[in-house]
Design a protein around this ligand. Sequence first.
Ligand SMILES: Nc1ncnc2c1ncn2[C@@H]1O[C@H](COP(=O)(O)OP(=O)(O)OP(=O)(O)O)[C@@H](O)[C@H]1O
Ligand SMILES: Nc1ccn([C@@H]2O[C@H](COP(=O)(O)O)[C@@H](O)[C@H]2O)c(=O)n1
Length: 275
Amino acid sequence: MSVIVIIKRWLSYSRNFPLNLYLKRLNQQPTVNYCHTVSFSNIQRISLINRFFNNNCKMYDWNNLPRPNVIFVLGGPGAGKGTQCNLISKKFGHVHLSAGDLLRKEQNTAGSQYGELIAEHIKNGTIVPVEITCKLLMNAMLENMISLAKMVEGNDKPIATGNFLIDGFPRNQDNLDGWQKFVGDKVNVQLVLVFECPEEVYIARCLKRGQHSGRADDNPESMKKRLDTHLNQTMPIVKYYEKLDLVKRIDSSRSIKEVHEECCTILQSLMAQAK
Ligand SMILES: Nc1ncnc2c1ncn2[C@@H]1O[C@H](COP(=O)(O)OP(=O)(O)OP(=O)(O)O)[C@@H](O)[C@H]1O
Ligand SMILES: Nc1ccn([C@@H]2O[C@H](COP(=O)(O)O)[C@@H](O)[C@H]2O)c(=O)n1
């Protein structure tokens, strides 16, 4: 068994990380490569974990991992963010992390202290506090960064980097502030892709998806609220990134193939510039 522990010096909210629960959980699932984040103040506890696992425990510090590239993906509900991210990820190898999917997963995790809060926000189309969403995103990013780092083990310092598509984030000012505070320049934000459709297309797509998605928010009442959030809270974030010249707006009312082709052109040009 190998256990991976990442030391995160800069996340104060994980200071009271429930280590006992962690050990208990590992005990119940002892076969996994487990990755979790703990704060610097828990370093003494790390040596405890280490003893627990007969020193078969690896420690990484985000600060020593290569700086990953991030593309944020925004757009109204049903704009096609997830669909296009999947296609981009297949073609270019980006890791696709959907904030909404991570929140839904957390909501459905037995014993999660955030389950009810997340469910309420999703039903109302409002935005979950960034401390929760950012933590989920960062843990998912770190897991991927560690896998990449492992591929180049043997070097003193890992050299691999990661390319992430972060779908549905930052959705409001609180998301943006939290991201700057917890992540900031530890990643390189390369681009913000914004998928846009007329309102009736958003609604038609989500209601159609609602026939089989089982999502609590693919219904007319939640749609109104989600559109309102998109217009009044997310669009100001798009404007913020526009001032930084990072935004590419894409008409996603076209076919999936046409939208994907435009995404490919944008990504290819980004990669050419990055070389
Ligand atoms: N270009 C398109 N033309 C027609 N249907 C599409 C297109 N893109 C996506 N869809 C469909 O619309 C629905 C919403 O797409 P998708 O889940 O990718 O959107 P999203 O922006 O991620 O939505 P949300 O933010 O609500 O999670 C899905 O059923 C998908 O199959
Ligand atoms: N940054 C985010 C992203 C999503 N949410 C909540 O999840 C709902 C569904 O998100 P999708 O991206 O899958 O449409 C969204 O309406 C929010 O309630 C969030 O809080 N913060």
